[in-house]
Design a protein around this ligand. Structure first.
Ligand code: THU
Length: 143
């Protein structure tokens, strides 16, 4: 992992496609308060892609991030058994935007630990395994 997605380290085609879908859905962003337009695309085990964008609210704290919007859409449309095999995040602001901590925790329920997560970083597009982004995710294993 650590693929920068630049000339020396191109992303593979499937991840390029996922990133393109994330960029495209960012055009739908409802972000009048921050102006930060984010898109997320999830690749499912079935090969399907489900996308989401951020939806802000005047009370700010009720804002839904693109990643969680995509996840909720995927479960709603395809059911609770979905497994996510890759994630792409993009924004139209030319800024770094790795998935926020809340989104990592929510994604953890459905994402395979080795799934690549592609996101804009300070040094360009970066790819990390999900388990690297959220080590020691909270799980509830009752004894
Ligand atoms: N945002 C996302 O959609 N995903 C993230 O991982 C981080 C932040 C959105 C929320 C808000 O609408 C805007 O970006 C600024 O924080």
């Amino acid at each position: 992992m650590g693929n920068l997605g630049n000339k020396t380290n191109p992303l593979d085609r499937a991840l390029e496609e996922l990133l393109a879908r994330a960029r495209r859905v960012a055009l739908q962003s409802y972000s009048p308060y921050s102006g930060f337009r984010v898109g997320a695309a999830l690749r499912l085990e079935s090969g399907e892609i489900v996308t989401g964008t951020n939806v802000e609210n005047v009370s700010y704290g009720l804002t839904i991030c693109a990643e969680r919007a995509a996840l909720v859409r995927a479960v709603s449309e395809l059911g609770p058994a979905i497994r996510i095999t890759a994630v792409a995040v993009a924004n139209l602001n030319g800024a770094a935007s790795p998935p926020c901590g809340a989104c990592r925790q929510v994604l953890a329920e459905f994402v395979q630990p080795e799934a690549p997560v592609v996101f804009p970083a300070a040094d360009g597009v970066r790819t990390m395994a999900f388990r690297e982004l959220l080590p020691l995710a909270f799980e509830m294993k009752l004894k």
